[in-house]
Design a binder for this molecule. Structure first.
Ligand code: ADP
Ligand code: MG
Length: 248
């Protein structure tokens, strides 16, 4: 399988704080779901921001490394150019437009599409998340957290990307909603071939759905491989899957 996203030796940080990401490398193969795991503060969001040109906004900087999408350098490209190339982001905290309706939010994601394609793409998102169809004329800010996450995903999917990066998919959401969202994403991957990099604190769940996983610890990738191998590894059990706590 060839690499769709390839991050090579990426180091990044924030003013006066030193490096939050140190020499991290990661690959998302074409058509796969990859999990990026790690505790709070490990550097997951920094990696996502660095790869998508958003670090400046947060007073951060990339110190070194390369980010290739489909073999081409994308480091520092603005978001609208990434979207045109087929890479979209569901940022941490979702950042939907709360005053706008569901459909208006989806329209923002669809803005790069030729007009003639918008309706069909929108309908495909509604088919995936019927709740959004029911709420299409409602202000997004009035919806539940789960529905807002569906909207954020819909906005990222509506342009028909080749890769979506999802930062904290399940944070703050009820387990049943999270499961439903994962199942729909898996379906998207299987039917459209969309690749995904999913940042998760719920390691157990992410490892069930992903084929590959990377684990960040204090800015370093400390574990990488097939999801099943990562799930079975001793480090994973001791540090992230709660074996130590359960044994205590
Ligand atoms: N805007 C910022 N300014 C300064 N430090 C930051 C900023 N954002 C994150 N950090 C620091 O960078 C490190 C990695 O954070 P982050 O990438 O958000 O981790 P994660 O997403 O894995 O929880 C942490 O030590 C955090 O405090
Ligand atoms: Mg984060």
């Amino acid at each position: 399988m060839s690499a769709l996203l390839e991050i090579q030796g990426l180091s990044a940080g924030y003013a006066r704080k030193g490096l939050a990401l140190d020499d991290a490398s990661l690959v998302v193969p074409q058509g796969s779901i990859v999990a990026l795991l790690g505790a709070n503060g490990a550097g997951k969001t920094t990696l996502i921001r660095a790869a998508t040109g958003l670090l400046d906004l947060h007073h951060g900087h990339v110190a070194k490394g390369r980010v290739l999408f489909d073999g081409r350098d994308i480091l520092g490209l603005p978001s609208h150019q990434l979207v045109r190339r087929g890479l979209t982001l569901v940022p941490e905290g979702r950042l939907i437009f709360k005053q706008l309706t569901v459909e208006e939010n989806l329209n923002v994601g669809a803005s790069i599409l030729p007009r003639a394609q918008v309706r069909a793409r929108m309908d495909a998102v509604y088919a995936l998340f019927p709740r959004l169809l029911e709420r299409r004329r409602q202000a997004a800010g009035w919806m539940s957290g789960g529905e807002q996450q569906m909207l954020a995903l819909g906005r990222a999917l509506v342009s028909g990307p080749r890769l979506i990066l999802i930062d904290e998919l399940s944070l703050g959401l009820a387990p049943l909603i999270v499961l439903a969202i994962y199942r729909q994403l898996k379906l998207v991957g299987e039917t459209l071939g969309t690749s995904m990099l999913i940042v998760e604190q719920n390691a157990k769940l992410a490892l069930e759905f992903a084929s590959q996983a990377f684990v960040l610890d204090r800015g370093h990738i400390v574990l990488a491989g097939a999801a099943a191998d990562v799930a079975a590894s001793e480090l994973m059990h001791e540090s992230y899957l709660g074996a130590r706590r359960e044994a205590a």
